[in-house]
Design a protein around this ligand. Structure first.
Ligand code: SF4
Ligand code: SF4
Length: 373
């Protein structure tokens, strides 16, 4: 077997603990307990191995990475391995002294999540009073002169406020605002009925983003991540399975994408048992859907198979029970009717300001046994 090209990015999920309870959280339904988390020394070893493999960029994420008291040591380990570090945070716990310690350790930039431009709506969606902390965190990042990005997951409950959210990000000093339409894995799949937008909402939001983009040209970058289910096209999920990036879960499980742990037949390798080099190059998990040879059905002979890689394996599994099928988001998929039916279904949800519409992400990491290869 020839070696695949090296990865360039690593998502480091330092903990699944989080003060927030977002109903679309991409963490798995069964969260890793704190007692099973990798230590700072183990993370340092993972980052050193990652750099040797070719990784140049890491997102330090979670859960809430600020809940790790040893976060600055992990940042310093990445810095000494020559890896660019970006903190992905809810902002809760980002004080000025903490920011200063992280910046001194080598942190290069911060991505702050925001749920809504309206404080009460933001707190309701997050399931936690956190808007004020986010505002303070943005100021702390700006004072430290680090680049600030805003991460926003868009759904039925906040799409109509997308213009206000962009204005908020600009007022807080964000250089980049990522407007990611919700993807239906993990907690978002469980909350799909409440989160699914209408086609009208999406087209209004798209127009608003286009017009803000023209107004903001040269000041803040707006990134629009296209919605699942509505466009009839499959997304090039993760840039292809095991093609450019890897995710390391809090317990050391290594995945081709953050949601792949939900695939029942995936034998998840672990950095506590194997080298990252073996996991990337040789593990069955990373080779399962790598390239195009595994494809059948319409993808097998499709001219777009090197462009979108057949779409998302987790979505194919979630909707059809078979991760190897063409992503039903693609209009050429024999299962596309499933997606069309969901996109056009009328909603009889409670009104958007009703928190009871959500199953909130669990408050505490629960017992979890991840299979280890
Ligand atoms: S999506 Fe929300 S609950 Fe999940 S890790 Fe991020 S801030 Fe925490
Ligand atoms: S058939 Fe497969 S490769 Fe072709 S566009 Fe659809 S998902 Fe992509």
């Amino acid at each position: 077997m020839t070696s695949p090209p090296p990865p360039w990015a690593l998502l480091a999920e330092l903990t699944h603990s989080c003060p927030l309870h977002c109903p679309y959280c991409s963490n798995p339904l069964e969260l890793v307990r704190r007692s099973r988390e990798l230590s700072a020394e183990e993370w340092a070893d993972v980052l050193r191995q990652a750099a040797e493999l070719g990784v140049v960029h890491t997102h330090l994420s979670g859960g809430e990475p600020l809940l790790r008291p040893d976060l600055a040591a992990i940042v310093a380990a990445a810095e000494s391995a020559g890896i660019y570090t970006q903190l992905v945070t809810s902002g809760v716990g980002l004080s000025a002294p903490r920011m200063s310690a992280l910046a001194s350790a080598g942190l290069r930039s911060v991505q702050l999540s925001v749920q809504h431009a309206d404080p009460a709506a933001s707190d309701r969606i997050a399931g936690h009073r956190s808007f004020a902390a986010k505002e303070r965190a943005a100021a702390v990042v700006r004072d430290a002169e680090l680049p600030l990005g805003l991460n926003v997951v868009l759904h039925r409950d906040n799409l109509d406020a997308v213009g206000d959210i962009v204005d908020l990000g600009v007022a807080w000093g964000a250089e980049r605002i990522e407007l990611a339409n919700v993807q239906f894995y993990g907690w978002a799949l469980r909350n799909r009925t409440a989160l699914l937008p209408t086609r009208d909402q999406l087209s209004r939001a798209r127009e608003t983003v286009e017009s803000r983009r023209k107004q903001l040209a040269g000041t803040a970058e707006l990134v629009w991540v296209v919605p699942d289910y509505f466009d009839g096209v499959a997304k090039p999920c993760m840039g292809g399975w095991g093609a450019v990036s890897l995710t390391v879960a809090p317990d050391g499980g290594v995945l081709p994408c953050p949601a792949a742990g939900a695939l029942p037949d995936l034998d998840v390798p672990n950095v506590r048992d194997r080298s990252l080099e073996w996991i990337w190059n040789s593990s069955p998990a990373f080779n399962l859907y790598r390239g195009t040879e595994w494809m059948s059905g319409p993808c097998g002979g499709c001219p777009r198979r090197e462009t979108d890689f057949g779409g998302c394996r987790c979505q194919a599994h979630a909707l059809t029970g078979d991760a190897a099928r063409t992503d039903p988001a693609c209009a050429l998929s024999p299962d596309h009717a499933l997606v069309r039916a969901l996109a056009e279904a009328p909603s009889d949800d409670p009104p958007p300001d009703d928190a009871r519409r959500y199953v909130y992400r669990g408050p505490r990491p629960a017992r979890r046994e991840r299979s280890r290869g």
